[in-house]
Design a protein around this ligand. Structure first.
Ligand code: GUN
Ligand code: ZN
Length: 441
């Protein structure tokens, strides 16, 4: 990044949307502030001001570049709090559920990522596809190979994206090509953490894949690494599939339940994001809630792999509420589009008997996901002082959407139409740290 004496000021004009509260705790209609002709003023990659164009334009330094997206929605870039970059090549793989899906498609694909050049190409595809869909930050599972972690962080660094990522740790129940050991996974993870965590916008996540692919010794190693570096994040999977839960009971007979395994090894706490959490017991929800652990809701994955229906409302308003974000979980997930992921979250909620409000869906995809990573002071909303990661949504991106929009009565209906009918074609532009990284057309 270049530092000049005079700060670089730019601005983005459009229909600005900003969260001023939680739609799960307050009236969802009241938590979105909007400026129909608004301006986001950006100084050195951070948001300097958000407000009405009419009142802010006179304060801009002479010659300030203003990107004009009038008539389009401008909001915080989406945050994907659980995704696997090496699995892009197996998205849309037919006919299996979790364990068979891992063995048949995922593990063979991940086995190739010891090749740095291969990993770099995959990282390019992953980042381009994320930006095309308005995703500006992700929490990423790499593979067991340190090369895969270097590849992703190196490419993210070039554009200055805030990226959370880590080397997958797995020392059993996986092919030879994908097994490390408790010691080597500790050593490699530590070296990567020391190399990347806090460098630019990179954040390291200690990443034991899930209880079935780690021995107790490896989970112990992951826990001691986190105690040494509590500022790092930690990510793993839990309670996604009924057979998986049964398997964990056999592998860890001394733990109370699936979440209890992670609890026993010191892997829960602020900065831990558990993927899925579909079949959590009240006890598990309570330890998640009390420890500050978060859960990534991955609706397209849960329906595509046939895992089940996550109770998102319960996660926010149940007896034991916990931080919850929205995630694509590509390649188990079937789409890179956060709009499509919101639609899927809406459909999953419908099947559970309630309707996810559009304000709640957009909140989960931005503020909620940022909260899972304890990054809500930096990303996931448009507030002065936060990092200038933005998405611009064209509200009339297809003939059908344009037609339907002619009958929309208010802002919430317009946003709902986008999340039900929209996809990558709705993403007009994406900004990372104030720089445009994707422009449609
Ligand atoms: N559980 C363990 N590994 C994975 C994975 O790669 N994807 C999903 N969806 N679940 C998992
Ligand atoms: Zn996953």
């Amino acid at each position: 990044m270049q530092h000049s004496a005079t700060p670089v000021v730019t601005a983005v004009r459009g229909h600005i949307l900003q969260f001023v509260g939680s739609p799960f705790c307050e009236d969802p209609m009241s938590v979105l502030r909007d400026y129909s002709d608004g301006l986001v003023v950006i100084r050195d990659g951070k948001i300097a001001e958000v407000g009405d164009y009419a009142s802010l334009r006179s304060e801009l330094p002479e010659g300030t570049q203003i990107d004009d997206h009038s008539g389009k929605f401008v909001m915080a870039g989406f945050v994907d709090c659980h995704v696997h970059f090496p699995q892009v090549e197996v998205i849309a793989s037919y006919g299996t559920q979790l364990i068979e899906w891992l063995n048949k498609y995922t593990f063979p694909a991940e086995s190739k990522f010891g090749d740095k050049e291969y990993a770099l190409k995959a990282a390019d595809v992953f980042l381009a596809e994320s930006f095309r869909n308005g995703i500006t930050s992700s929490s990423v599972y790499c593979t067991i190979h340190p090369e895969s972690v270097d590849a992703l962080f190196e490419r993210a660094e070039v554009v200055g994206a805030r990226m959370v990522a880590g080397k997958v740790m797995m020392d059993r129940n996986a092919p030879d090509t994908l097994r490390d050991t408790a010691q080597s996974s500790y050593d490699d993870s530590k070296a990567l953490l020391q190399k990347w965590h806090g460098r630019g916008r990179a954040i390291y996540a200690i990443t034991p894949r899930f209880a079935p692919t780690s021995t107790p010794e490896q989970l112990e190693a992951a826990g001691s690494l986190w105690r040494e570096f509590p500022e790092a994040r930690l990510q793993t999977h839990t309670s996604e599939n009924k057979k998986e839960i049964e398997w964990v009971r056999e592998l860890y007979p001394n733990s109370q339940d699936y979440v209890g395994v992670y609890e026993d090894f010191g892997l829960l706490g602020k900065g831990c994001v558990l993927g899925h959490g579909i079949y959590l017991s009240e006890r598990e929800k309570q330890v998640i809630s009390e420890s500050g652990t978060a859960v990534a809701h991955c609706p397209t994955s849960n329906t595509f792999i046939g895992s089940g229906l996550f109770d998102v409302d319960g996660s926010q308003r149940g007896a034991h509420p916990f931080r919850t974000g929205l995630a694509t979980d590509v390649g188990g997930g079937s789409s890179f589009s956060m709009l499509a992921t919101m639609r899927s979250a809406y459909e999953v909620a419908q099947l559970r008997g309630y309707s996810l409000h559009p304000a709640q869906a957009y909140y989960l995809a931005t503020v909620g996901s940022a909260q899972t990573l304890y990054l809500e002071d930096k990303i996931g909303n448009l507030q002065a002082g936060m990092e200038a990661d933005l998405v611009v949504i064209d509200p009339r991106s297809t003939p059908l959407i344009a037609h339907r929009m002619a009958y929309a009565n208010d802002l919430m209906e317009a946003l709902f139409i986008q999340m039900i009918l929209g996809d990558d074609r709705a993403i007009s532009a994406t900004y990372v740290a104030g720089n445009c990284v994707h422009q449609r057309g």
